[in-house]
Design a protein. Structure first.
Length: 258
């Protein structure tokens, strides 16, 4: 049964299809049907300790670790829970994203949504590509607590071009690890067809930026319309007043009447 399950599940790293070298694309398929798709650029900012020049005091350095394009991946899909796991540099780094779909009652009736419910990042400070001379090198895990991120109505994909920062707490003396996500398009449930995202649900930052871009155009159109209406009213008023009989204001001009 386990062998059959592995045979029926496919995972694909399609990052090479992205024109952005920092953006990765991952697809999970089960029973020849796409059940999870993810596109995003990711980087971790990880603090770690090194010895000061006196070899007595400790100082904190910072490692900037990008998600590698050659990452290995695993994934699983479910009705209400899905998961994407990525590892790179000989599993020195592993990122696990867990998604949850749940229902809730609103004034409009019962509705469902999905969210990113948990993030777990495992890193090895003995790996020398990003960690230089770390004190007490070894593996650590940074994870989220009670996370509710990327909340999206069920049946839709999440999209956010703007950069988002999610804080994780590390087992390394409770240090705070920052996950930077950008150019995100993600859907872990209810994909309508192979390799096809559902209608996007834009993040609030993108919605605000889109409004800021379109607002000057809308105001310009309104101003132009006001000018056209004003000129039209003036033209009509001018024609009406020109067609009326002009009554002399000088009473001496009335002397021939009577």
């Amino acid at each position: 049964a386990a062998a059959r399950l592995v045979a029926e599940q496919e995972v694909e790293n399609l990052s090479g299809l992205s024109p952005n070298p920092e953006k990765d694309i991952f697809v999970v398929r089960e029973n020849r049907t796409t059940c999870l798709m993810a596109e995003f650029a990711a980087k971790f900012i990880v603090p770690y300790d090194v010895w000061a020049s006196n070899y007595v005091d400790l100082i904190t350095e910072q490692a900037d670790i990008p998600l590698s394009r050659g990452a290995e991946m695993k994934g699983k899909c479910g009705t209400n829970e899905s998961e994407l796991e990525l590892s790179w540099l000989d599993q020195a780094y592993t990122l696990k994203l867990s998604f949850l779909k749940e229902g809730h009652n609103t004034s409009r009736g019962p509705e469902a949504s999905w969210k990113l419910s948990r993030i777990q990042f495992t890193y090895d400070t003995s790996e020398r590509t990003y960690f230089k001379d770390a004190v007490s090198p070894g593996k650590h895990t940074a994870s989220s607590h009670r996370l509710s991120a990327l909340v999206t109505p069920a049946g839709r994909s999440y999209e956010c071009q703007a950069q988002q920062t999610i804080s994780l707490v590390s087992s390394d003396h409770q240090k705070s690890v920052q996950l930077l996500l950008s150019e995100v398009r993600l859907q872990p449930f209810d994909i309508p067809a192979d390799f096809v995202f559902s209608e996007e649900h834009k993040c609030p930052v993108d919605q605000r930026e889109q409004l800021e871009e379109t607002l000057p155009l809308i105001l310009g159109l309104i101003l132009g319309l006001v000018i056209v209406v004003t000129l039209g009213i003036y033209h009509i008023h001018h024609k009406l007043t020109a067609s009326q009989v002009q009554i002399p204001r000088d009473r001496s001009q009335y002397k021939h009447m009577g």
